[in-house]
Unconditional design. Sequence first.
Length: 250
Amino acid sequence: MGKRTVKRRQGQFNQDHYEEDKVRALFPGSSWTPDDREPLRDQSYQKNVKARSAGQEKLIRAIDDHNLVLALGPAGTGKTFLAVAKGVEALEAGEVGRIVLSRPAVEAGESIGFLPGAMEEKLAPYLRPLYDVLSDRLSPKRLRAMMAEGLIEIAPIGYMRGRTLNNAYVVVDEAQNCTYMQLKMLLTRLGWNSTMVITGDPAQTDLLPELSGLQGISEKLDQVEGISVQRLSSQDIVRHPLVASMLEVL
């Protein structure tokens, strides 16, 4: 018998509290934390974001000055975080009408197709990293309200075909898991008064190397005026120092 069922029968289960927690907690209804000395990451959020390396500073300037930016670099360089943070900043300033976050639903060596539930529930594990980044920038209450109003939309790559994204800030995350044709389709979604940021690490694709289109797309777009291709390096990694050391030898 589940813990919630037991608590409900004992009169200890608070439905309102659970409804709030299940949106913002990685493990709903639990007090789990990766480090007991620190609270869950989504119990607080950052209002101001600053670059922590020279490469991040260049990326922020590129997003401010260009409508299309490709941010390439190893894990831990803050590509996704900075892209989403600038999107929230633009939305709050009234520069765009909505944020659209997209990510390919590609399995990283593990199949989750057997999971029960509707399509949205099956896709939730793939899109969860984007929720985590948003929760770093917005309070849980505001995040829920913005998503309910359609100001923030999170969708897998397959849902982007046929759309024209006007007055929007678009982030395509984990683009190394997109094929050349998928990236070409995504790039042509860009509409008027919109900004698109594509992030990824060509060295960490979950596709066969010849199928990933990020490297080829970035090399071609690097020659196009008005498009910025930013390449971050191990010096820009802001995670544990061992991450940079490992990536140099792996």
